[in-house]
Design a protein around this ligand. Structure first.
Ligand SMILES: [Zn+2]
Length: 130
């Protein structure tokens, strides 16, 4: 038997945060279970593992102290938090891309300004001959 019989979840049916009661599982989706909303009695098929991860992600509010200050010369990892001083905004790197010029870019989801693409691993050619 699974750990919790009840979970707290935002019920899409009555559009409220509700206690959902575990009512059963399904053969086709071993990672999901049926939960009944204790408010509207609507039954939903939920992936508890996924929900738990989402809750944990949401709880992880970005912290300036954990964020790396963005400079184009650095190389970043997906999932890393960065701080952009010009925009005074914290963001999380959600993916990486190749630029058309063969460079590397990070896609960052910023808290205030939303999604932005920024260059990374930019090589500054100090000794380049013009
Ligand atoms: Zn409901």
């Amino acid at each position: 038997m699974a750990k919790g019989k009840y979970i707290l979840h935002h019920c899409a049916h009555c559009d409220r945060d509700a206690r959902m009661e575990l009512v059963g599982s399904t053969e086709q989706h071993p990672d999901r279970s049926w939960y009944r909303c204790t408010r509207c009695r609507h039954v939903s098929l939920l992936n508890v593992e996924e929900l738990r991860r989402e809750v944990e992600e949401a709880k992880k509010k970005l912290d300036r102290a954990d964020a790396e200050e963005y400079t184009p010369e650095k190389t970043y990892r997906v999932g890393e938090a960065i701080f952009h001083s010009d925009w005074d905004d914290l963001g999380k790197i959600i993916s990486k891309e190749r630029t058309s010029g063969g460079g590397s870019a990070i896609v960052v989801s910023f808290e205030k300004i939303g999604e932005r693409r920024l260059l990374e691993t930019v090589v500054t050619k100090d000794d380049a001959v013009e």
